[in-house]
Design a protein around this ligand. Structure first.
Ligand SMILES: *Cc1c(COP(=O)(O)O)cnc(C)c1O
Length: 365
């Protein structure tokens, strides 16, 4: 699916040296490297502040805590996303409220948001899935009308654009994951929040570090959710390559599109408003599992993002949803298949993969 080794090899000398320097400095948690990364990341996204934390899940959770989301509140999210989007809401005691997605973009169907708003709704958390922005103008219009917060789950869309604006600058705050496989990935767990809100940035810095304003003076009940300096130094180096890597992903997506055109399968669609960064290249097809097996036989990995929408997951049974509530997400969860996508993927490899898909189509569809 992805090849982290190829990317490591391309930056090995620098990264190895930087890691050794951190070890020599013995400044392992937060500190100068982390501050420098936060500066670089805020500058890259185009926000005033970036606050690093221990994971993307924590970024979402601590952001909700910083905005005082708690029991009795509701937060609107798409049902078709990674479970952590909803977990972050559940951790605060608030209720995740699901909305269906649109088939073309895989993102939240903005026309279905308003019917879910109640007097308990506090925020909308759109997810920019697979590397493509949600329809943010419509979401922000609704948020303004009902005075709701907009918190972007940008964990899959580092560097993506919406109408030439960076994802991450489109709401009150945006959350990123630096899990190793993400488009900007550390060599361990990591995450960050970006915002222009000074009060929220300050609060997040306290929340991530045991609620301390200064050492052993705890202003609030906090968490241990800090980025370590080794991850920060790696992320700083990788950030400099991100635009180039995203461009490579786009080029590879174009090649896939060209070679798969005309087959009876659905290809990823880039919305008019979007600059898609193809964290994942996800196709839609019938008899998906037969193709998966054929790919596997040829030594090609694939993955399903996601087999089951969140409203049908056992852990959210208490919310009372049932099959049929969100037909688009339910259908797509049976049809989607992510095939290999990473900047170092070669055209030859893509040809091998698309040849298998062509053979599959001939024999099965
Ligand atoms: C990866 C991801 C997360 C969680 O990030 P972690 O760093 O793994 O905690 C949250 N939301 C989405 C959409 C993700 O893809």
């Amino acid at each position: 699916m992805i090849n982290l080794k190829a990317q490591y090899n391309s930056i090995k000398a620098k990264v190895n040296k930087d890691i050794i320097n951190v070890i020599k400095s013995t400044q392992f948690i937060l500190g100068q490297e982390v501050e420098k990364f936060e500066e670089d990341f805020a500058k890259y996204i185009g926000t005033k502040y970036a606050v690093s934390v221990a994971s993307g899940t924590d970024a979402l959770h601590l952001t909700l805590v910083a905005y005082n989301i708690s029991k009795d509140d509701e937060v609107i999210i798409p049902t078709f996303t990674f479970a952590a989007t909803a977990f972050a809401i559940a951790y605060t005691g608030a209720k995740p409220v699901f909305v269906d997605i649109t088939e073309g973009s895989f993102n939240i169907n903005a026309t279905k948001i308003e019917e879910k708003i109640t007097n308990r709704t506090k925020a909308i958390m759109p997810v920019h899935l697979y590397g493509q922005s949600a329809d943010m103008d419509e979401i922000n219009r609704i948020a303004k009308k009902y005075k709701l917060l907009v918190i972007e789950d940008a964990c899959q869309s580092h560097g993506a654009l919406y109408k030439d604006k960076k994802v991450g600058t489109l709401g009150n705050a945006a959350c990123y994951s630096f899990y190793p496989s993400k488009s900007l990935g550390a060599y361990g767990d990591g995450g960050a929040i970006v915002t222009n809100d000074a009060g929220i940035a300050t609060k997040l810095k306290m929340l991530r570090n045991q609620g301390q304003e200064r050492r052993y003076f705890h202003t609030m009940i906090g968490f241990n959710s800090r980025l370590d300096s080794i991850q920060a130094t790696i992320l700083r180096t990788k950030l400099r390559h991100l635009d180039k890597w995203n461009k490579a992903r786009r080029k590879l997506a174009e090649t896939y599109n060209k070679l798969l055109k005309g087959l009876p399968i659905g290809l990823p669609e880039e919305m008019d408003y979007a600059y898609h960064t193809y964290y994942l290249y996800t196709i839609k097809l019938q008899k998906r599992d037969i193709l998966r097996a054929m790919l596997k036989n040829a030594g090609v990995d694939s993955a399903v993002h996601y087999d089951m929408p969140l409203h049908l997951q056992e852990c959210f049974k208490y919310l009372g949803y049932k099959k049929g509530n969100f037909p688009v997400a339910e259908k797509l969860s049976g049809d989607v298949l992510s095939i290999p996508m990473y900047p170092e993927l070669s055209i030859k490899q893509i040809e091998l993969i698309t040849d298998i898909i062509k053979k599959f189509c001939k024999e099965n569809l």
